[in-house]
Write a protein that binds this ligand. Structure first.
Ligand code: ADP
Ligand code: MG
Length: 229
């Protein structure tokens, strides 16, 4: 399903005054495509992603998935948690894996949280680990994987339960250029395969050859959204 960010503004309190981190941004990400969100540090990329993922309520505007309004200024934490659990996959800068669990177990735990039946979840988990190039490494714990491999586990885990929307914040900042480019290409091909509307925050445009569209934020405002191909 498509992700729609409709006229979203996010204002943080800032001492006596306020700081507008996201300023009237509208953005549409069609299902199965990936949009990169670029912009200098402090331009509001993470703030916009946090609103899109229901981690932060917008001050005004709404987030929709398909025809459903999911996040608004009055969404309760309980509603936000449910929408996030059922419909959204998140990948952060650090993979945030659980040290004691194997790669496969990280995915199975997520499937359990998402209320999926263990048997079907296990098959999809294995298929996802395969798709991210970790076939044969399913039983390794994070300490036995490289940084790039850990980030691949995090990507696979985010897609457990087939979320409608995949949100990724600076997934390559700890990786070198080549590995970063590979992880982005992997995310875009998986987004297409799984039909997820995908938004990828990046500081490094040189890794983004595989994305469909780029949007640039400056001071919380959308500067451009050009189709690349
Ligand atoms: P980016 O991800 O593009 O670097 P951020 O979204 O993190 O930008 O930050 C945008 C602006 O909002 C910055 O000026 C930042 O200092 C401010 N900001 C971010 N998070 C908070 C917060 N929780 N409280 C107050 N201000 C914040
Ligand atoms: Mg950021």
């Amino acid at each position: 399903m498509d992700l729609h960010i409709d006229d979203v503004t996010l204002v943080y309190p800032d001492g006596e005054s306020t700081l507008t981190a996201v300023d009237a941004v509208s953005l549409e990400v069609p299902a199965g495509t990936a949009t990169a969100l670029l912009g200098p540090s402090g331009s509001g990329k993470s703030s916009l992603l946090a609103v899109a993922g229901g981690l932060t309520r917008p001050t005004s505007g709404v987030v929709r998935i398909g025809g459903d309004v999911v996040f608004t200024p009055t969404t309760t934490p309980r509603e936000a948690t449910r929408a996030r659990r059922d419909r959204i996959g998140l990948v952060f800068q650090q993979p945030q894996l659980i040290a004691s669990l194997t790669a496969l177990e990280q995915l199975e735990l997520r499937a359990h949280v998402r209320g999926r039946r263990p048997s079907s979840a296990r098959d999809h988990a294995r298929a996802l680990l395969d798709a991210v190039g970790l076939a044969g490494l399913e039983h390794r714990r994070p300490a036995q994987l490289s940084g790039g491999q850990r980030q691949r586990v995090a990507v696979a885990r985010a897609l457990v339960g087939r979320p409608d929307v995949l949100l990724v914040d600076e997934p390559t900042s700890a990786l070198d250029h080549e590995r970063g480019t590979q992880v982005i290409a992997l995310i875009t091909s998986l987004a297409a395969q799984e039909g997820a509307a995908t938004l990828i925050v990046s500081h490094d445009a040189s890794t983004l050859a595989s994305v469909d569209t780029q949007a640039v934020l400056r001071d919380g405002r959308l500067a451009t959204a050009d189709a690349l191909r």
